[in-house]
Design a protein around this ligand. Sequence first.
Ligand SMILES: Nc1ncnc2c1ncn2[C@@H]1O[C@H](COP(=O)(O)OP(=O)(O)OP(=O)(O)O)[C@@H](O)[C@H]1O
Length: 477
Amino acid sequence: MDEIPVKVAVRIRPLLSKEILHNHQVCVRPVPNTQQIIIGKDRVFTFDHVFGKSSTQDDVYSSCIKPLLVSLIEGYNATVFAYGQTGSGKTYTIGGGHGAEEEKGIIPRAIQELFQAISENHNIDFTVKVSYIEVYKEDLRDLLELETNVKDIHIREDEKGNTVIVGAKECQVESADEVMSLLEAGSAVRHTSTTQMNERSSRSHAIFTMSILQQRDANNGATMISSKFHFVDLAGSERVTKTGNTGERFKESIQINSGLLALGNVISALADPKRKSAHVPYRDAKITRILKDSLGGNANTVMITCISPSTSDFDESLNSLKYSNRAKNIKNKPIVNYNPDWDRIDEMELEIKALREALHNQQSSRVSRTSQVSQDWSQEKNKMQALEEQLAQYQLECFNHRHCTEEALELLYELKDLSGLTKSQKNRLQSWLAVAEELRSDVKAVSGTDSAVSVGREEPHHITILQLKRELKKCQV
Ligand SMILES: Nc1ncnc2c1ncn2[C@@H]1O[C@H](COP(=O)(O)OP(=O)(O)OP(=O)(O)O)[C@@H](O)[C@H]1O
């Protein structure tokens, strides 16, 4: 598997009218007939492509993107990402679908060319799908389906380690016009706002993806090939002091800068010549997770660094050039993606796994609630049982008392009939009989009617339990 370096292009935009008005000077320019750029008096950098202020959209597309589109159709994944300070020309270069024909950026041109190639390749059956998401303050938003909850869009890795975004809408498209309307609709709802540095500043990282599936003639070898082209318009790096951002814009700046810092750390780790097994901090931000395959992975990648020519932006431009200079050392290993069904199955498996996890979490919270209820219920049941036993015990004691009283009474009556008792004995016997009679009527009052007792003579506590159980059932209903 060949290693191919990430290609880095630098584009210098022209001075804007307001900069000309304020008499800004130019501090950076291309060195004629080379791929070099000079900033300040003598800082020179070399890149794969350098585009000066009069470069056209077509120049950038033809040199940087056309080869990627060719490789896309061959089955390789491709990525182009625009990096640079706020207001340096990233969105202009990537192109959100607006503007006159010659002003159209990379995406509209790639769409046009892809459908041109499809119409010329009659023996290949193409299926094209597009998705469009943004990373806004570390949340993923579906720009083609705004109703989708941000929590339902996830970045996952399939078993081969490829990055997949699950949960975002993928629209199957049949024509360039159809893709253009989706691109325009998505770009219109992207987070943008006016800042001191840019009238229409992108406040999010946007990722427009075209996925193509090709079914080729079986005689030509592989039957199915799939590939993806990511077009990434990063939010611009910004100095909070310079932008004067406050409130919500300030919070956005912090998130934007920390995402770009994470990207810088990934680039540094990958570009370090001493790196062999060193950790690459892809997981530090959503944007670096999304770009994992494109930086050090299996895609053909082009980074386009946009810079402002103005002396007032000297520091930012120099930083961008240093950042991009490092990125040149990143090596990717592009591969052709055969049998996309497997990839689709992997994606579906990941989706199922995510759904299973969600279901499991839901179930376990329900189980814990149910187990609390059943715990309470079993405590109540135990209490009832203890009460039942206690009552049965009382009932039994009561029965014994009554039994003793009855026997005592019988004996006393027998004694009463005996002759030869002294008067005082007769008197004592009489008073015992009175006490015993009284006791019997008390016990009767407590233990119920005679009939109940007569049945209960055998097993009085069972009757109580049965009654209690009936009462219990009534309570349970
Ligand atoms: N090569 C160019 N030729 C002419 N105008 C340009 C060029 N590049 C950028 N501009 C103009 O500069 C302004 C800022 O450009 P753009 O919005 O693309 O910057 P950005 O880098 O995307 O900014 P942010 O990060 O704030 O979104 C726009 O008015 C755009 O039309």
